[in-house]
Ligand binder design. Sequence first.
Ligand SMILES: [Zn+2]
Ligand SMILES: [Zn+2]
Length: 134
Amino acid sequence: MKTNQEILVQNGVSPSIQRLKIFSYLKATKSHPTAYTIFNDLKDEIPSLSKTTVYNVLKLLIAKRLVQEVRIEGNELRYDAEVREHGHFKCDVCGEVSDVFLNQPLNLLLNHSYEVKEIQFNITGVCKSCLTKK
Ligand SMILES: [Zn+2]
Ligand SMILES: [Zn+2]
């Protein structure tokens, strides 16, 4: 297993504390946080952190394809260190977002006749744990 620091270096990102912390935070969570959540969760640990830094680091990680932007509702952007193609299921009750993987890449459904830039697919409903609580 490569360390997060090695992954950054291999992708040409010099691993400053802030970059490493933000990347490691995203690698460790499945919660698809917003930039604001990332900032809030890390600001005590990295007192020098600003929201601008969070945005800049995210931009860099996205450009290096180490993180992807996820749009589930409206214009709200969330961030995901799972970069394989996948969709998201958002629970209407608890708000949890989980990953949904397909057996084959979605762009195959387009018969290669389109140039695909970005794929986002979202499902809403009620998650398993909320269903069993009823
Ligand atoms: Zn739920
Ligand atoms: Zn995801």
